[in-house]
Design a protein around this ligand. Structure first.
Ligand SMILES: [Fe+2]
Length: 384
C-alpha cells in the first residue's frame, strides 16, 4: 500500500450564509487587525461590506485592499507588501477568485517573513507559519481556498510560478455559495470548467489516492449536473450551491493528488497571452485528454460515467472516448472557445509554448502519460 498525505485547511465552513460565522472564527484566533484582499470587480459587487461589518462587530479593525490583479504578479505583490507591512495585520481575508485568494496568501507570507515573493517560489521554501488567512471564494472554480499553493506571474522571466507550502493553507475556508450568486456567466463558465478539470486531473493523475478519489468522484457529477444551469441562469441558487460544493471537493482532490498536463500547458498560455486560467484549461482539455486516454483507460472510463455517459456494455476505450465527447459538449454549451487561434494566439508561438510547457515539470510528473517534447508539440498544434 502506498503512503499518502491528506492536506486540508484548518477548517472548512460550507453553506449559504456561512461567512456570518467569520467574526467568531476571528475572535477564536485572537485577531485584532484584519486586511481584506479583493479585486476591483468583486469590490463593486458589494459583497465586501457585509464581511467588513461582521469583522467590525467582532471588534476587529478592518482595512480593505481592493487592487488584487487578475493573474497576479510578483512585482505587484512585493510592492503592496512593502507599502502596507507597517500596519501589522494579524489576519488576511481573501475574498474573490483565485487571484484575490492567492494575493491574500502571498501577502500573509510576506507580512510574516519579509523579503520578496520570488524568495519563496517553488516547493516548501517558507520557513514557518504565515499570518492566518481566511479564504472566501466568489467563484466556483479555482479551489484556492483549500490549496497550499499561490501562483504568481514572474513577468521579467515570462513564466508563472507556484509558491507551494503547507504554511499557505488557509486557517479557515468559508465556502459560501451566496458569494457566487453575482458571478458573471463567462467567469462562471471558465471557473466551472477549471473545477471540473481539477477533479479529472486529480482522479486520473499518477498521485491519485483513496482520499483524492473520493472527493474527485463526488465533485464531477455535482459540477457536470449544475454548470450549464449556473451559466444559463445565474440566479439558480441550487445550481450555484452545487457548483460551490463541487468546486470545493475538486479543489481538495487536486490538492491531495495534483494537477497534470492540462494545467502544465495552461501555465505558459496564461503567462504569455494573458488567457484567464479557466479558459486556458478548458480550451486545452480535449487535446491533452486525446493524448492521455490510452495511458489510463479504466480511469477515463470512470470519468465518463461521472460525466453522465451510459457506459454499460461499452469497452473502456469506447466509454473514455464518449467521456471526452461529453466534456467537449459541455464546454461548447457554455461558450468556451474550441481553438487557440480564437484566443489570438499566433501559430508562430506554438514552438515557444511547447518548450515552456516542458519546464512545468511538477505538473507533467503527475500526468498519466509521460509526455515528450514531440507529444507536447502535437497537443499545441491540434489545439491551435
Ligand atoms: Fe486550475
Amino acid at each position: 500500500m502506498s503512503i499518502y498525505e491528506i492536506r486540508v485547511p484548518g477548517k472548512i465552513c460550507f453553506g449559504a450564509g456561512c461567512t456570518e460565522t467569520m467574526g467568531e472564527e476571528a475572535t477564536k484566533i485572537g485577531a485584532k487587525r484584519a486586511l481584506i484582499v479583493t479585486d476591483p470587480g468583486v469590490y463593486k459587487t458589494g459583497v465586501i461590506d457585509p464581511v467588513k461589518e461582521i469583522l467590525s462587530k467582532a471588534k476587529l479593525s478592518v482595512d480593505v485592499f481592493s487592487e488584487a490583479e487578475p493573474e497576479p504578479s510578483y512585482s505587484k505583490l512585493n510592492a503592496t507588501a512593502e507599502e502596507i507591512r507597517k500596519n501589522n495585520y494579524d489576519l488576511v481575508v481573501g475574498i474573490g477568485g483565485g487571484s484575490s485568494i492567492d494575493t491574500a496568501k502571498g501577502l500573509s507570507l510576506l507580512f510574516a517573513h519579509g523579503g520578496i515573493g520570488q524568495d519563496y517560489g517553488g516547493v516548501e521554501k517558507i520557513p514557518g507559519p504565515c499570518v492566518p488567512v481566511f479564504a472566501c471564494p466568489t467563484t466556483a472554480g479555482t479551489g484556492s481556498e483549500v490549496t497550499n499553493i499561490a501562483v504568481f506571474d514572474d513577468r521579467e522571466r515570462g513564466l508563472k510560478q507556484g509558491i507551494v507550502s503547507n504554511y499557505l493553507l488557509a486557517r479557515v475556508a468559508f465556502v459560501d455559495p451566496t458569494l457566487t450568486y453575482g458571478c458573471p456567466a463567462k467567469v462562471t463558465a471558465a471557473s466551472g470548467m477549471d473545477a471540473l478539470i481539477h477533479a479529472i486531473e486529480g482522479y486520473t493523475g499518477n498521485k491519485a489516492n483513496t482520499f483524492s478519489d473520493v472527493v474527485a468522484l463526488k465533485a464531477m457529477p455535482l459540477i457536470v449536473g449544475s454548470l450549464r444551469k449556473a451559466v444559463k441562469n445565474g440566479s439558480d441558487k441550487e445550481a450555484r450551491n452545487r457548483m460551490s460544493e463541487g468546486a470545493l471537493l475538486a479543489g481538495m482532490a487536486f490538492m491531495n493528488s495534483g494537477c497534470a498536463a492540462v494545467h502544465a500547458l495552461a501555465f505558459p498560455l496564461g503567462s504569455q497571452f494573458h488567457v484567464p486560467h479557466g479558459v486556458a484549461n478548458a480550451v486545452l482539455l480535449p487535446y491533452v485528454t486525446e493524448c492521455n486516454l490510452s495511458s489510463n483507460l479504466p480511469r477515463y472510463a470512470t470519468v465518463a460515467k461521472m460525466l453522465g455517459v451510459k457506459t454499460e456494455g461499452l469497452s473502456n476505450q469506447e466509454a473514455a472516448e464518449k467521456g471526452l465527447a461529453a466534456a467537449k459538449a459541455l464546454a461548447a454549451d457554455i461558450g468556451i472557445p474550441t481553438h487557440l487561434r480564437e484566443l489570438g494566439v499566433p501559430k508562430e508561438a506554438l514552438e515557444g509554448l511547447a518548450t515552456a510547457t516542458m519546464n512545468v515539470t511538477r505538473l507533467l510528473a503527475n500526468n498519466p502519460k509521460e509526455l515528450t517534447l514531440d507529444d507536447v508539440r502535437g497537443i499545441w498544434e491540434n489545439a491551435w
